[in-house]
Design a protein around this ligand. Structure first.
Ligand code: 3HC
Ligand code: NAI
Length: 695
């Protein structure tokens, strides 16, 4: 076995180096290595102080998350840190990269901390549904005061070196050779007879006596449904109220409670899923990528403008093409307004606004697109128009350019087939607003080449998106499942629920808004117009108007008209129940001969969510999504599915696939096949007593 922690003596200072790629996580081998190296350093008569550092890209970035949920292996991290804190020699942490979680706690166990100017430190455990469990909640408040420590622990955001220095979290910031800097710092300490500074012996400073109550109130809405931020508050409060050892016991108890919680399990699942999703099954890691240095976007409407901004934000020049000058001017004006708004909020300088605008080069001519590496089409959602655009692209684009469509419903294979190079065509389905939403469904057509998929997946990350590779079908993964849920939500109201009851159940489950608030935001007219076309064309399924279409037919399009399923007051996005809508729904029920019944919250939850799980299973079976984690990531980043539930498929395992399947069968009997035909995969897993993940 290679040595994961090594020891050497440099200029009279012992240097302990963790070498455990990729992020020097504090797994069992590293923990015992740290103890052994400490022992060696203490026994080394030449070493007058000890420096602890990480090799490669970072100081330890935390406990090894892969060990969580497995039987604990000694030595435990808190004991290792105690050993450093009570060592008979001065200890200095030398930090580069990201000293996070358990890594930061190791640094807090040292007497002093030196950081490279580019380093970041932090306690992000809360984002995994945990709290710092190796003394972080007790030592950090002793170092920088409870008021400054609380947000660092309860929000988990990394602190850059300069700010850490200002807070007293690190003692010295160096540039260049970190270890040399830390060794020099340690020598100075020794020469000046600097004392050891075990944090356990310090008192905790608390400036604001109402800190905890005020802070809890301030995060209540944003952290709704999460458990760990509130436990973090308790742990820091313990630091201010209890002696160190008692505080450590409290921290441990809270940590263990969180470790067992379904919230943390889900959040840890999301951590790995978010990384796993980038690795597309069947596409080799070493697949060559195509260079993407310049991009073109076709259509400067709602989506095209937002898409162009993503590239400008990443410093990639974009050609923005429209058919008419006025549409181009309008599109550019919207982009500029968006940037100016961000600048007004202080999140962008005026200089940056101009730089980004200059990266977006307008054009009316396809002949300007000959040299671009990638084109994303975002014109009207009409097959004939898309085909005409792709014919032009096929004519002007250089060989090897990637041709992508932002279509949300059309067949990517059909679009690809109009070109002479279907291997270069794929879907890049952005979500609105495209410059904000993190999800990008990358749609792989039947003929899309592997290197095109690999390139687009990499590019997603480069422009700050979470890319998920999906296959071709109506609505892809996200909207296909959403559509099923919407159908149920509408039916539930028809049967007797109110729109506000349905929305409240989904909101309370943890989504940012209910199905009807969401349709009011997107606009009821969009779906209505599509169904109107189908009705006119004589589609038998589209003949009967739903109560939502009846609202749209009255010009109630949602937020943009001040009224939809809910009503809105001027300048306020709060959905308010509207008696006019209640009357329209009552009339609709009378017309259909429906006697409204009491619908329970439980039924709303089951029908709105189980229908999605069942559709998710079909999506998996058809290979539209390769793994359950792809579906989960789509719903977390595209629709705000609560992270502490892990995504619809992870949540399904938590509920029990068998429980869901039994209900699906019951709903099928009562409500028919169209929405409730059980997915064979769901049946198979239920009968085998398995889950989507738990094999
Ligand atoms: N344990 C195990 N594996 C980890 C890990 C950890 N703490 N942190 C990162 N990794 C793995 C990732 O899964 C990934 O593996 P892969 O290549 O097989 O997919 C690899 O390391 C590289 O990670 P990233 O792709 O995320 O690399 P980046 O350079 O983008 O980011 C990072 C590096 C900022 C360190 C980021 O990985 C990160 O935020 N990691 C988690 C840090 C964290 O949450 N630490 C706290 C852990 S809990 C704890 O310490 C409890 C303690 O209080 C007792
Ligand atoms: P939009 O109507 O706001 O913008 C379309 C733009 O394309 C208009 O500016 C129009 O002038 C331009 N255009 C039309 N034909 C053109 C052509 N032949 N050449 C160049 N430009 C042309 O529409 P929106 O909402 O931006 O939608 C664009 C695409 O994005 C559609 O395929 C839509 O399905 C998809 N989409 C829309 C989402 C949304 O929420 N609006 C979400 C995800 C995808």
């Amino acid at each position: 076995m290679t040595q994961v922690v090594r020891y050497e003596c440099r200029d009279g200072i012992g240097v302990i180096t963790v070498d455990y790629p990729p992020v020097n996580a504090l797994g069992a081998a590293v923990r015992s290595g740290l103890l052994a190296a400490l022992e060696q350093g203490l026994q080394d008569a030449d070493a007058r102080a000890l420096v602890v550092t990480g090799d490669g890209r970072t100081f330890p970035a935390g406990a090894d998350i892969r060990e969580f949920g497995k039987p604990p292996v000694e030595p435990f991290l808190p004991d290792v840190i105690n050993a450093y804190e009570s060592a008979g020699k001065l200890t200095v942490a030398a930090i580069h990269g990201t000293a996070l979680g358990g890594g930061m706690e190791v640094a807090l166990g040292c007497d002093y901390r030196v950081a490279l100017d580019s380093a970041k430190v932090g306690l992000p455990e809360v984002k995994l549904g945990l709290l710092p469990g190796a003394g972080g909640t007790q030592r950090l408040p002793r170092l920088i005061g409870a008021d400054a420590a609380l947000p660092i622990i309860a929000e988990g955001n990394p602190v850059p070196a300069a700010k850490a220095k200002a807070l007293g979290l690190v003692d010295e910031v160096v540039s260049g050779d970190l270890v040399a800097g830390a060794v020099a710092f340690a020598r100075k300490l020794v020469e000046s007879n600097a004392p050891q500074r075990p944090l356990r012996e310090q008192a905790v400073k608390l400036d604001n006596p109402n800190l905890f109550a005020e802070y809890e109130k301030s995060i209540a809405r944003k952290q709704r449904g999460f458990l760990s931020p509130f436990r973090c508050i308790e742990a820091v409060r313990a630091a201010t109220e209890l002696p160190f050892d008692e505080g450590m016991k409290r921290e441990r108890a809270l940590f263990m409670e969180l470790m067992q919680s379904s919230e943390s399990r889900a959040q840890r699942h999301v951590f790995f899923a978010e990384r796993e999703v980038a690795k597309v099954p069947g596409i080799a890691k070493d697949t060559p990528r195509r260079d993407i240095n310049t991009v073109a976007v076709i259509g400067a409407g709602t989506m095209g403008g937002g898409i162009a901004m993503n590239f400008a934000n990443a410093g990639i020049p974009v050609r923005l093409l429209e058919v008419k000058q006025d549409a181009l001017d309008r599109g550019l004006a919207v982009i500029r307004r968006n940037y100016e708004n961000t600048a007004r909020k202080g999140r962008l300088t005026q200089d940056d606004v101009e730089k980004r605008m200059s990266l977006i080069q307008p054009t009316l001519s396809y002949d300007d697109l000959g040299s671009v590496d990638l084109v994303i089409e975002a014109v009207f959602e009409t097959m004939d128009i898309k085909k005409a655009v792709f014919k032009e692209l096929d004519r002007v684009c250089k060989p090897g350019a990637i041709l992508a469509t932002n279509t949300s419903t059309l067949d990517v294979n059909e679009i690809a087939a109009i070109t002479s190079r279907p291997q270069d065509v794929m879907g890049m389905h952005f979500f609105s607003p495209a410059n904000v939403m993190k999800l990008l469904e990358n749609v792989r057509g039947e003929k899309t080449a592997d290197d095109v998929v690999a390139t687009v997946m990499d590019l997603s990350k480069r422009i700050g998106k979470v890319g998920v590779c999906v296959g071709v079908c109506h609505g892809f993964v996200g909207n296909r499942m959403l559509h099923k849920r919407q159908h149920e939500a509408i039916a539930l109201v028809e049967e007797g629920a109110s729109p506000e009851q349905v929305d409240k159940v989904i909101y309370d489950f943890g989504l940012p808004m209910g199905p009807f608030a969401m349709s009011d935001l997107a606009g009821l007219d969009v779906g209505y117009r599509i169904r109107e076309e189908l009705r006119k064309a004589g589609d038998p399924e589209a003949q009967a108007l739903s109560w939502v279409d009846k609202l749209a037919a009255k010009g109630r399009y949602g937020q943009k008209t001040g009224a939809g399923v809910f009503r809105y007051e001027e300048g306020d996005r709060t959905p308010r129940p509207d008696p006019e809508v209640a009357e329209l729904i009552a009339e609709h029920r009378r017309e259909k001969g429906i006697t409204p019944r009491e619908v329970t919250d439980q039924e709303i939850l089951e029908r709105c969510l189980y229908v999605m799980v069942n559709e998710g299973a079909k999506i998996l079976e058809e290979g539209i999504a390769a793994r359950p984690l792809d579906v989960d990531v789509v719903w977390i980043y595209g629709y705000g599915f609560p992270v502490y539930r892990g995504g619809p498929m992870f949540w399904a395992d938590h509920v029990g696939v068998k429980t869901i399947y039994d209900k699906v069968v019951e709903f099928q009997k009562r409500l028919g096949d169209s929405n409730w035909k059980p997915a064979p995969l769901l049946k198979q897993l239920a009968e085998a007593g398995k889950g989507f993940y738990a094999g």
